[in-house]
Each structure stands twice: as structure tokens, then as C-alpha cells.
Design a protein around this ligand. Structure first.
Ligand code: DC
Length: 233
């Protein structure tokens, strides 16, 4: 297999990771991997099995469930043991609990192993999350850290809920984001933090096209450095 790049995109919820990571992957013809979907899946399983407070049971669920991610028509589809749970993992109840589940070290280890395997098998990935540039792929060729103001992030998430017909106020969305930011960035294991060599991009007042072009610019530089062909870019 020819040599390809690993592009890591990290940042808090609503910073524009998914939107830009998907488009960058599409442009490169690389695999897009949404690692948040994996933590959401374990959270949904914990809720569904009524074991939110039972760490041991949650670790077992993470270990023994066959979590499969498929990216179809711009959407990450998740199935567990053959059941499609793509809609369930975006529910407000999952949002409320996912940061706590993500603090469990053993769960992280199981999911990080999965993420590394996916990249190995596919060669050429754009992976988004919280710890991709720091822990999952500290040697990623391109590391991007996206940020945006809390008001802009809340506005983006509220719009997504609205489009799905979920009733939730802007204040509730904002409070949930702030709570998740706090847990995600202060946890002991793999906290949300910018890798020293990551490029920080504030997306508050930047169009999606500008974000994508900026990231692709860094990808082109990395490809040149590695002597990697990027096809029609
Ligand atoms: O990207 P997202 O909002 O779907 O992620 C959901 C949660 O999963 C997020 O609040 C923290 C956790 N997460 C993580 O801890 N590490 C990752 N690599 C990705 C997500």
C-alpha cells in the first residue's frame, strides 16, 4: 500500500471538527473517523443496559460489543452487534453522560486500540476527537486544534438539534457544552488539550470553506515533506 498521511483534528464540541474533518477526508479520498461516536456508543449502551453507575459493567460493554462505524452520504453510521444505533448516540441523554464515561481509563484504552487499528487497516485517515494528536497519534503528520467561542458553539449545536426536531433551549445546550468542556479538559486520562505541535484555528468567524482550505494547506505541506502524492488536489 502506498504511504498516506494521518490527519488529526481535535477540539471541543461544536468547534467545527466534524464538518471540516468530513470535507477534508472527502477531498483527500481518505477514511473519516469520528472517535466521539465510539464514546457515545459506549455511553448509549451503558444507558440502555442501565449500568451508568457500574464501571465494571461499562468496561465489559466496551470490550465485548462489536462497534462498527460506517461513513455513508456524509453521516457516521454506528452499529453494535448488527443493530444500527446512529440516531440514539446523538440523544440529549447521551450528551449528558458521555463525558463521564470518557473518563474511564479502561474504556479509553479499548477505544484507542480500535482507532489505531482502523487507521492501520485503512492507511490514510482523517480522525477527529479530543486526544488524537496527543495520545492516539502523537506522530500524526498534521495536527489541527479547532476552537470557537462558547456562544457560537452553542448556536451550532442548537441548530443541529432543531434540524432533528429535538426540543432543547439554547441555554440548556450551552450549559451542557460548558459541563462537557470542563470534564473533558480536566480529566486525568487523555484530557482535551492542544498538542504542542498542533496548529490552532479559531473557527468562530470563519466559513466552513475557509476552515477546510486552511487545513488542506497544512496537509499539502505535510505531503510535500513526506514525498506523498495527493492525487488531484
Ligand atoms: O465529538 P463528540 O462531541 O461527539 O464527543 C463526545 C464526547 O466523547 C466528548 O464530550 C468527549 C468524548 N471524547 C473523548 O473523550 N475522546 C475522543 N477522542 C472523542 C470524544
Amino acid at each position: 500500500m502506498s504511504k498516506r498521511l494521518i490527519v488529526a483534528i481535535d477540539g471541543p464540541a461544536g468547534s467545527g471538527k466534524s464538518t471540516s474533518a468530513k470535507l477534508v477526508a472527502q477531498k483527500l479520498g481518505y477514511l473519516y473517523i469520528d472517535t466521539g461516536a465510539m464514546y457515545r456508543t459506549v455511553t448509549y449502551l451503558a444507558i440502555n443496559n442501565n449500568v451508568l453507575k457500574n464501571k465494571h459493567a461499562i468496561i465489559n460493554l466496551a470490550m465485548n460489543s462489536n462497534i462498527v462505524l460506517k461513513f455513508i452520504d456524509g453521516v457516521t453510521h454506528v452499529s453494535v452487534d448488527g443493530n444500527d444505533i446512529s440516531e440514539h448516540i446523538r440523544l440529549p441523554e447521551v450528551n449528558l453522560n458521555v463525558s463521564d464515561i470518557s473518563t474511564i481509563e479502561e474504556v479509553r484504552k479499548i477505544l484507542v486500540d480500535k482507532q489505531r487499528k482502523l487507521a492501520e487497516e485503512n492507511c490514510g485517515v482523517v480522525m477527529e476527537g479530543r486526544d488524537i494528536g496527543t495520545v492516539v497519534f502523537p506522530d500524526a503528520n498534521v495536527k489541527i486544534f479547532l476552537i470557537a467561542s462558547i456562544d457560537e458553539r452553542a448556536r451550532r449545536r442548537a441548530k443541529e438539534y432543531d434540524e432533528k426536531g429535538v426540543t432543547i433551549t439554547l441555554e440548556e445546550v450551552k450549559a451542557n457544552l460548558q459541563q462537557r468542556d470542563k470534564i473533558d479538559s480536566t480529566r486525568d486520562v487523555s484530557p482535551l488539550t492542544k498538542a504542542p505541535d498542533a496548529i490552532e484555528v479559531d473557527t468562530s468567524n470563519v466559513s466552513i470553506q475557509q476552515q477546510v482550505d486552511l487545513i488542506l494547506g497544512h496537509v499539502k505541506q505535510a505531503a510535500k515533506k513526506e514525498g506523498i502524492e495527493l492525487g488531484n488536489l
